[in-house]
Design a protein around this ligand. Structure first.
Ligand SMILES: NC(=O)C1=CN([C@@H]2O[C@H](COP(=O)(O)OP(=O)(O)OC[C@H]3O[C@@H](n4cnc5c(N)ncnc54)[C@H](O)[C@@H]3O)[C@@H](O)[C@H]2O)C=CC1
Ligand SMILES: Nc1nc(O)c(N)c(N[C@@H]2O[C@H](COP(=O)(O)O)[C@@H](O)[C@H]2O)n1
Length: 617
C-alpha cells in the first residue's frame, strides 16, 4: 500500500446481552463538530496562495462577463434547475423580496431568535458558488455576507489611492492549513489552548475577490479570480460543519446578552430547524452558543442566567418547554422519546432492537484478540435460491424490519463495512449505523459508526458530494469512505481532494492473484495497517462468491445470512463459490460452515456459521 490514511481505531466494546438489551461498542471521543468548530481564526495564507493572489492583475475571463445583480444570479440559479429549497417567486415579488428589510418586531420575531433576510438559503448558495461575477448594493452585501463569511478566509486587501475602492481577496477556508496549536503565538497567561482540528490545507482551490466601490451609489462586485477552480471541491454543508457563520452567531450572541442560558438559546434555535438550516446552522452545537456568549458572561459575572419564559431545565433532557397551566405538557413533546419521532433525532433513526441478539455473540469480533488480519464477517440477505438481488444493478429488499435492525446492530459492532463497486453503483448505500444512540443519531461523534470501504480497482465509482456516503459523512451520520484501488487506477486530483475533504481516502493495493484480481489478503492487510480490527463484508455477488472460495476461507471468520422466504429466479445476482471436486474427482460441497445456528427473526431466518479453521492465525 503506498498510501497512508489515518483511521482512528476503536476502544473496548460492550457485549450483546442475553436480556435483549444488546449494547453495541461504546466509543468515546470529541464530537467532530466541536473539534472542528474550534477552528483557529488567525489570518494565514500559505506562500503559494499569496503568490497566486499576486498574479491576479491580468484581466480574466470572469471579469469580461458583466456582473449580474442578485436577482439575475437567483434567476440563473433557478434556470439551471438546482433549487431544492424553495420555489422561485414571480419576478416582481422576487425583486422586492431580495431587498434587505429591517427586522420586523411582529409576534413571530418577538418569539423567534431568527432574523433571516429574505431568500437566505438561495443567496448563500449564490455567494458560495460564485458562478458568475455579481454586483450587489453595499446594503445587500452587508446583509448577506455575514451568513456566508464562514466559507472564506481573507488573504489580502488593496485600497485605491483615493480610498473609494477596496479589493479584498479571499480563499476558501479549506485551502488554508490549520495547526494543532498556535506554536508561533504565545498564549496569554492562564489561557488554555483551543481544541483545534488539523487540516492539511490545499483541499479546495476556490478564490474570489470582493471589490467595494463607495460613492453616490455604493456597490460590491464579487467574482472568481484567475487561478481559482471553477467549483469548490465540497459543498456548502461541509463548510457549515467546519465553521459557523457570523450572521448566525450574532443572533446567538444578541440573545445571550439578554441573560439567557446557552442551552435555552440552543433549544429555541432547534425549534425552528428550517430557519436554522437556512441560516447555515444545521451543525450548530450548544458549545457554539456557549462560546459566543463567553466574553459577555465573564464581563457580567453577577447575572444569573435563566431559561426563556415557558422553558425549564429537566434532568436528562436539558432545557424543554415547561408544563402548561391546563395540565398539558409541552415538555413531553420535546423529549427524545421514540426514535424517529423526536425532534432531536434525524427522521431515518432506527429504534435500538428490543429483541434478543445474543445468538449473534459467538460470531462477532472479539477485539481483545491480537491478530494479524481483521476479524471478517460475511453478512448479506439471500433468497431461497441464493440470490441477493433480482438482477445486476438492482437493489432488492430481502430483510424484514427486524433483520434490518439486526444488520445495523452488526454494523455497529464492526470497524469497517466493505462492499464491491458493483453494489455502490447499484444501491448508492449509506453504509452507516442508523440505530438510535449511534453518532449522528443521538450518540456522540462517530460512535458505533463503521468505516465504509469500497473495492473499486479501476476507479469506476463517480464519487461526488451528492452520493449517500458523502452526504452521510457531512451530516455527521457516518464516516467517509475509503476506496480500494489498484495502482493503475487513474485518480483525478480533484476527486482525491474532494474525498479527502470529506474525511475519506484512497487505498492503493498492489497485490494480485494469477487472474489479475486483487488479493483479499492484501486488502485485509491494508485495512489492518490502518487500524481496522473487524470488517463486515456485505456484498455484492462477485465479492461474496469469491471470498467463499478455498483460496480465502482462512480469512473469513463468520457468516451471518438473512434468509428471506422468496425465490428471486435465475436472472438474480447469486452468491455461490466455485464448484469443488473431491479427491476421486466426484462433485462435492464447496463449503460447509461449522457451528451453525438458525434463528427465526420476523419473516426471516438468520443463519450464523463459522468458516475459518479454529487454529488459523
Ligand atoms: N441482499 C444483499 O444483502 C446484498 C445485495 N447486493 C446486491 O448485489 C449486486 C451487486 O453485486 P455485483 O454486481 O456482483 O457487484 P460487487 O458489489 O460484488 O462488485 C463487483 C466489482 O467489485 C470489484 N472487485 C471485487 N472483488 C475484486 C477483486 N478481488 N479484484 C478486483 N476487483 C474486484 C470489481 O470491480 C467487480 O466488478 C447489487 O444488485 C446489490 O443490490 C449487494 C450487497 C448486499
Ligand atoms: N441485510 C441486507 N438486507 C437486504 O435486504 C439488502 N438489500 C441489503 N443490502 C445491503 O445494504 C446496503 C444498503 O445499506 P443502506 O441502507 O443504504 O445503509 C446495500 O448496499 C447492501 O450492501 N442488506
Amino acid at each position: 500500500m503506498d498510501h497512508v490514511s489515518r483511521a482512528s481505531t476503536s476502544s473496548p466494546r460492550a457485549m450483546a446481552s442475553a436480556s435483549g438489551s444488546a449494547s453495541p461498542r461504546n466509543e468515546n471521543g470529541l464530537a467532530r463538530d466541536e473539534a472542528e468548530n474550534a477552528d483557529n481564526e488567525f489570518e494565514y495564507a500559505p506562500e503559494h496562495a499569496r503568490e497566486d493572489a499576486m498574479d491576479e492583475d491580468p484581466p480574466q475571463a470572469e471579469d469580461a462577463t458583466p456582473p449580474m445583480n442578485l436577482f439575475g444570479a437567483l434567476e440563473k440559479q433557478a434556470r439551471q434547475g438546482d433549487i431544492h429549497d424553495s420555489p422561485l417567486h414571480t419576478a416582481s415579488h422576487e425583486t422586492s423580496e431580495t431587498q434587505p428589510r429591517t427586522p420586523d418586531v411582529d409576534a413571530e420575531s418577538a418569539h423567534s431568535l431568527f432574523n433571516n433576510p429574505p431568500n437566505l438559503s438561495r443567496i448563500r448558495r449564490v455567494l458560495f458558488e460564485c458562478r458568475d461575477p455579481i454586483e450587489i448594493s453595499l446594503e445587500e452585501f452587508e446583509t448577506y455576507w455575514p451568513f456566508i463569511d464562514n466559507v472564506w478566509v481573507k488573504q489580502r486587501s488593496n485600497a485605491s489611492k483615493e480610498g473609494h475602492c477596496t479589493t479584498d481577496y479571499y480563499m476558501c477556508r479549506l485551502r488554508r492549513p490549520t495547526h494543532r496549536t498556535s506554536d508561533s503565538r504565545p498564549l496569554p497567561e492562564g489561557k488554555r489552548p483551543r481544541k483545534k482540528r488539523v487540516r492539511e490545507g490545499g483541499m479546495c482551490n476556490f478564490q474570489i475577490k470582493v471589490v467595494r466601490f463607495e460613492g453616490a451609489y455604493s456597490t460590491v462586485t464579487i467574482a472568481r479570480t484567475p487561478g481559482s477552480s471553477s467549483v469548490h471541491s465540497h459543498d456548502l454543508d461541509y463548510i457549515d460543519r467546519v465553521k459557523r457563520n457570523s450572521g448566525l452567531m450574532e443572533s446567538a450572541r444578541k440573545e445571550s446578552v439578554k441573560g439567557y442560558l446557552p442551552s435555552s438559546i440552543f433549544t429555541k434555535f432547534q425549534e425552528d430547524p428550517e430557519k436554522l438550516h437556512e441560516a447555515g446552522g444545521r451543525f450548530l452545537t450548544v458549545t457554539d452558543v456557549r462560546n459566543v456568549s463567553a466574553k459577555w458572561r465573564i464581563q457580567n459575572p453577577e447575572v444569573k442566567l435563566v431559561p426563556h419564559e415557558g422553558y425549564e431545565y429537566q434532568k436528562g433532557y436539558g432545557i424543554v418547554k415547561s408544563q402548561n397551566a391546563d395540565g398539558t405538557n409541552d415538555a413531553a413533546q420535546q423529549k427524545p422519546v421514540q426514535s424517529g419521532s423526536s425532534p432531536l433525532l434525524p427522521p431515518d433513526t432506527l429504534s435500538f432492537p428490543q429483541f434478543p441478539l445474543d445468538f449473534l455473540q459467538p460470531y462477532l469480533p472479539n477485539h481483545s484478540e491480537r491478530r494479524e488480519f481483521p476479524h471478517v464477517t460475511l453478512s448479506y440477505a439471500s433468497s431461497m435460491d441464493s440470490k441477493i438481488s433480482l438482477c445486476p444493478g438492482m437493489q432488492t429488499v430481502l430483510s424484514g424490519p427486524e433483520a434490518k435492525l439486526m444488520t445495523h446492530y452488526l454494523r455497529s459492532r464492526h470497524d469497517a463495512i466493505l462492499i464491491g463497486v458493483g453494489t455502490v453503483l447499484a444501491d448508492n448505500p449509506g453504509l452507516n449505523c442508523r440505530l438510535e444512540g449511534a453518532g449522528g443519531f443521538g450518540g456522540l461523534g462517530r460512535m458505533w459508526q463503521p468505516r465504509p470501504v469500497v473495492v473499486d480497482p479501476m476507479g469506476r465509482w463517480p464519487i461526488h458530494p451528492e452520493c449517500r456516503m458523502l452526504r452521510t459523512a457531512v451530516e455527521g451520520k457516518g464516516k467517509a469512505p475509503w476506496v480500494v484501488v489498484s495502482p493503475g487506477a487513474q485518480i483525478n486530483p480533484q476527486r482525491l481532494m474532494m474525498l479527502k475533504g470529506y474525511g475519506g481516502d484512497f487505498l492503493r493495493i498492489v497485490e494480485y492473484n494469477q487472474h489479475w484480481r486483487l488479493r483479499w489478503e492484501g486488502v485485509l492487510r491494508a485495512l489492518a495497517s490502518e487500524g481496522i480490527k473487524s470488517v463486515m463484508i456485505e456484498g455484492g455477488g462477485t465479492v461474496l462468491s469469491e471470498l467463499l472460495n478455498p483460496e480465502y476461507t482462512n480469512f473469513i471468520d463468520s457468516i451471518i445470512v438473512t434468509v428471506a422466504p422468496t425465490y428471486l429466479g435465475r436472472g438474480g445476482v447469486g452468491v455461490s463459490p466455485d464448484s469443488k471436486l473431491d479427491q476421486e474427482g466426484k462433485p462435492n460441497a464447496a463449503l460447509n460452515p461449522r457451528d451453525v445456528k438458525w434463528t427465526p427473526l420476523g419473516q426471516n431466518v438468520i443463519m450464523c456459521g463459522k468458516i475459518r479453521a479454529q487454529d488459523t492465525p
